[in-house]
Write a protein that binds this ligand. Structure first.
Ligand SMILES: O=P(O)(O)OC[C@H]1O[C@H](OP(=O)(O)OP(=O)(O)O)[C@H](O)[C@@H]1O
Ligand SMILES: Nc1ncnc2[nH]cnc12
Length: 236
């Protein structure tokens, strides 16, 4: 890790600690993290930065667990198992904080593009693309006007409805590495269509990520379609 990467990691750890501190006293934060309350106070107030090893532990281990908890607290599941996650996908600052934790806590390759499906995946994809400093692309259920060439992926869903996603062909170049993300994965049909788009573009899959897995089917299905790392932050 070079100096700039170390500094970025240390600052990310401070962001995670500040998020945790919002709902905790320093003593409670000390209990959650296993770090001394005095040190935590200095980190949160910006007087001292945590060392790189501590920062890594906060971002990769603690951060992931804390984010999963925060996410679970924001989700509402109705009687039929449908998930209301608007408290998450409408909160860009929360997703911006989640991005480094996701990027460091899962075994994804560094992507050239983050790809999602409109609509609800877009804010997460934007947060991850911004973290990596790469492009964000989203496939839509209709063709964007004035775009001449599209990559299309079509599938007949379990419901019998045919679903087609369209991505402007210029969005992904052959050989690029693509991180496929979405806010939610249930059947895995949407992820499968996105993976088809990556294949049609002659690109590689850097990983597949969803904030929420509704059941295990979608994750299993995505794993059957790629050797890249596939994961979700929380399962309901
Ligand atoms: O794993 P699956 O069964 O395919 O379900 C997951 C997809 O469903 C939701 O999108 P939806 O199709 O409702 O579109 P929206 O984002 O525009 O609401 C969600 O944002 C995922 O894209
Ligand atoms: N909000 C939602 N909850 C559960 N499954 C879904 N599939 C598509 N949207 C969904």
């Amino acid at each position: 890790m070079n100096r700039a990467e170390k500094a970025a990691l240390q600052l990310r750890a401070v962001d995670v600690l500040r998020m945790l501190k919002e709902t905790r006293t320093y003593d409670e934060l000390a209990e959650t993290t296993g770090l001394p309350a005095g040190d935590l106070n200095r980190y949160v107030n910006g007087h001292v930065l945590p060392g790189t090893e501590r920062a890594r532990e906060v971002v990769e281990d603690l951060g992931r667990e804390a984010l999963a908890e925060e996410l679970a607290a924001r989700i509402r599941v109705d009687d039929e198992g449908y998930v209301d996650n608007s408290a998450t996908v409408f909160d860009q600052p929360f997703l911006d904080l989640a991005a480094p934790v996701v990027a460091n806590g899962f075994d994804f390759e560094r992507p050239d593009v983050v790809l999602t499906a409109a609509t609800d995946g877009i804010t997460l994809a934007a947060a991850l693309a911004s973290y990596y400093g790469v492009r964000c692309a989203y496939a839509k259920k209709s063709k964007e006007t004035a775009v001449e060439e599209f990559i299309e992926a079509r599938q007949r869903l379990q419901s019998g409805i045919e679903l087609t996603y369209y991505l402007p062909a210029s969005a992904i170049d052959p050989g690029e590495s693509v991180l496929v993300v979405d806010d939610l994965i249930r059947s895995g049909e949407t992820q499968e269509l996105l993976l088809d788009i990556v294949r049609t573009a002659d690109a590689d899959v850097a990983g597949v990520f969803a904030l929420i897995a509704a059941g295990e089917d979608g994750i299993r299905r995505a794993r059957e379609r790629t050797d890249a790392s596939v994961g979700a932050l929380t399962t309901v």
